[in-house]
Design a protein around this ligand. Structure first.
Ligand code: NAD
Length: 362
C-alpha cells in the first residue's frame, strides 16, 4: 500500500497520501488549541529547507490525525523526500490507517486557497515577497470557515513584513503574523524553537487570536513573545541578532587577545563568564576550541549557526536601521568582518571569526 502511495504521490503534482507519521502515542497527546481550531482542518507549509522541513515534520506529528498538511518547496525533491520519509516511518511502524494526510502542492496559491493556517520558512525577503505576491495576485481567496492565518517564520526585515501584512489585511485574505525563530536546526528538530512575533488583533478580540497563534507556534516551539504589530517580530529578531553579531566578534577578539598574552583560554573564559563580559558567545558558543566541549569551535566549527546566516541577519539589521535613520556605528565594521570571514570560512559556524583573527594575527 505504501509503495503504491509513494508512486501516486510522485506521479501527480497534487496528490493526497494517507500517512501515519510518526507512529507513536504522541498523536494522542492533549491539544491545547483544539477548541479554537476546526476539525479536519487543512494546514499549509511553504519552504522545506533546514528549518522548514523539521518544523513541518513536527507540525504533521502534532496536528490532529484527520487534518491534512499541504507542502511546497521550489526544490521538489524536498517535498518528495518529506513524503517518502513519512511513508518509511509509517511502513516501519506497521501503520496503515487512513489518516495523517500529506499533500504536495504545485503553487503557494493552491496552499493558501485550502489552508486555514499557512506557515512559511523562506531564505530572504525577496523570496517571501514573491511567495505572497503569487498568493494574492490571482485575486480574492475563497472564504474558509475560520480566518486564514499566515505565519511567516523567515528572518526578513520589518518593511517587508509590514508590506505583506498590509496586502493580506486590505484584501481580506486572512491575518498575517511575522514570527521569526531562534533555536536553529537543532531546535527545529526538537520542536523547542523560540518565536518572536508581530500580529495585529481585530477590534473586539479579547485575546482569542493571540491564543490561536500561540497554539499553532507551540506545535513547533516552546517559547513565544508577542512584541506588537506586524513587523515587530522581525524587528525584535534583528535587534537581538545585532547584539549577537557584535558580541561574537568582541568575544573572539578578547579571547584571541588573552591567549596571545599567554592566558589559559579556559581560565579566561571562566573568569569572563562570572564577570561583566559574560554573553552567549563567551558562555555557550565560546569560539576557542576546547573551552566549551559542546560548542562548534570544539568540532572544527562544524554545525551551529552558519556565518552566512549571521552575515545575512546583520545586513538586514543595517538596511532596516538605515531606512529608519538609526545609526548602528559598530554594525558597519562588523559587516566588513563577516564579509571577510564568510569568504574565508564559508559553511562554518559564525564563531570561526576567532580562527580568522588568529590567521590575521602576526
Ligand atoms: P534554507 O535555505 O535551508 O531553506 C529555505 C527553503 O525555501 C529551501 O528549501 C528553498 O528551496 C525554499 N524556497 C525558496 N524559494 C521558495 C519559493 N518561492 N517557494 C517555495 N519554497 C521556496 O533556509 P533555512 O536555514 O531553513 O532558513 C529559513 C529561514 O529561517 C531563513 O530566513 C533563515 O534566516 C531563518 N533562520 C534560520 C536558522 C538556521 O539555523 N538555519 C535559524 C534561525 C532562523
Amino acid at each position: 500500500m505504501h509503495t503504491q502511495l509513494a508512486s501516486v504521490l510522485r506521479s501527480s503534482s497534487r496528490t493526497v497520501g494517507t500517512l501515519r507519521w510518526p507512529p507513536t502515542s504522541q498523536f494522542n497527546s492533549a491539544r491545547t488549541f483544539s477548541t479554537t481550531q476546526h476539525r479536519d482542518a487543512t494546514w499549509g507549509f511553504i519552504g522545506l529547507g533546514q528549518m522548514g522541513y523539521n518544523m513541518a515534520k513536527n507540525l504533521r506529528a502534532k496536528i490532529p490525525a484527520s487534518d491534512t498538511l499541504i507542502i511546497r518547496d521550489v526544490n521538489e525533491a524536498a517535498a518528495e523526500r518529506f513524503v517518502t520519509e513519512a511513508e518509511d516511518t509509517a511502513r516501519s511502524s506497521g501503520a496503515g490507517a487512513d489518516e495523517y494526510r500529506v499533500e504536495i502542492a504545485t503553487t503557494a496559491r493552491e496552499i493558501a486557497e485550502k489552508s486555514i493556517v499557512v506557515i512559511s520558512s523562506l531564505p530572504e525577503p525577496q523570496h517571501v515577497t514573491d511567495v505572497f505576491h503569487s498568493i494574492l495576485k490571482p485575486g480574492k481567496l475563497p472564504v474558509l470557515e475560520q480566518e486564514r492565518l499566515f505565519i511567516d517564520t523567515s528572518t526578513v526585515d520589518p518593511v517587508t513584513s509590514k508590506e505583506i501584512a498590509n496586502a493580506i489585511h486590505t484584501t481580506q485574505a486572512g491575518r498575517f503574523v511575522d514570527a521569526p525563530v531562534s533555536g536553529g536546526v537543532v531546535g527545529a528538530q526538537a520542536g523547542t524553537l523560540s518565536f518572536m512575533f508581530g500580529a495585529s488583533t481585530p477590534t473586539g478580540d479579547s485575546g482569542e487570536l493571540l491564543d490561536r497563534i500561540k497554539g499553532v507556534l507551540s506545535l513547533m516551539g516552546k517559547r513565544m513573545w508577542h512584541l506588537g504589530e506586524p513587523g515587530s517580530g522581525v524587528s525584535g529578531k534583528l535587534a537581538n541578532n545585532y547584539i549577537l553579531a557584535i558580541n561574537n566578534i568582541a568575544t573572539a577578539e578578547a579571547m584571541n587577545l588573552g591567549v596571545r598574552w599567554g592566558l589559559d583560554p579556559k581560565a579566561l573564559a571562566d573568569m569572563i563568564n562570572s564577570s561583566t563580559g559574560r554573553c552567549w558567545p563567551s558562555e555557550v558558543n565560546n569560539p576557542v576550541p576546547g573551552v566549551v566541549e559542546t560548542a562548534p569551535a570544539s568540532r572544527d566549527y562544524k554545525g551551529g549557526f552558519g556565518v552566512a546566516l549571521m552575515h545575512k541577519d546583520l545586513r538586514l539589521a543595517l538596511t532596516a536601521a538605515d531606512k529608519s535613520g538609526t545609526p548602528l556605528v559598530l554594525g558597519t565594521h562588523a559587516r566588513e568582518v563577516y564579509d571577510a570571514v564568510e569568504a574565508a570560512h564559508r559553511g562554518k559556524d559564525f564563531s570561526v571569526v576567532y580562527q580568522w583573527l588568529q590567521e590575521k594575527s602576526s
